[in-house]
Design a protein around this ligand. Sequence first.
Ligand SMILES: Nc1ncnc2c1ncn2[C@@H]1O[C@H](COP(=O)(O)OP(=O)(O)OP(=O)(O)O)[C@@H](O)[C@H]1O
Ligand SMILES: [Mg+2]
Length: 239
Amino acid sequence: MANAVLEMIDVTQVFGDKANPTYALRSVSLQVEQREVVIIMGPSGAGKSTMLSIAGGLLRPTAGRGVIDGTEITRLGDRALAAVRLRGIGFVFQDFNLLESLNVIQNLELVLARAGVRGRAATARAHEILRILGLEQRMDYRVGLLSGGERQRVAIARALCNNPTVIMADEPTASLDGKRGAEVMTMLRMIAHDMGKAVLMVSHDHRVLAYADRVVWLQDGLLENREPESMATIAAPQH
Ligand SMILES: Nc1ncnc2c1ncn2[C@@H]1O[C@H](COP(=O)(O)OP(=O)(O)OP(=O)(O)O)[C@@H](O)[C@H]1O
Ligand SMILES: [Mg+2]
């Protein structure tokens, strides 16, 4: 795949010991391209978060390989891996993981500082990202005063600060109502389609399917590719 910025190749993850193993992933392979929103769906315990942790270099798999931007992350030592994570990947979490007592700009500046960008350069970069995402009116607000939807959009802005290749999001809409969830998904799609990032996210929520370019279904650690249309009927709630 010419523009694959993220690859997982035959990844297996086993938790526990030999007497009582849990196969969280069984020889899973996935490629994600630039400008693509890929959503991993599947029931609780299917291995979705495990898959995202390995793809993002937060967890080393029992077997198999992971490649980000051409670098095989599964072979890197801890420091090199942390550097690839910092520059290559922006993480977004269900519960935002922002520092609530700091304001929006300060939350972004903290992440920029970790990549060595400080002072006026950091402030300028934070302004730029917040402007692109339409959040400039909130930049001096303390995060604790923002709504859930605003917090998640700030978390996405933070994830974009270091100009990563891939944005990874684990259940980014799970704490939000339908309207706020739709705003967050619209933003993630814009980041892929207009800003050229790859977006890999995990969700239980069938409402996010409309925003996917591709959906992969995970069950008992096994991966299956499906088209969003067919997924919609499978994932829709039963009445
Ligand atoms: N650190 C761990 N130690 C032991 N078992 C684990 C660990 N992390 C995950 N597991 C097990 O691996 C399997 C997959 O877990 P995972 O969290 O990836 O599922 P998930 O699809 O994200 O579920 P959910 O939708 O509930 O978040 C589960 O059986 C889980 O109990
Ligand atoms: Mg999970």
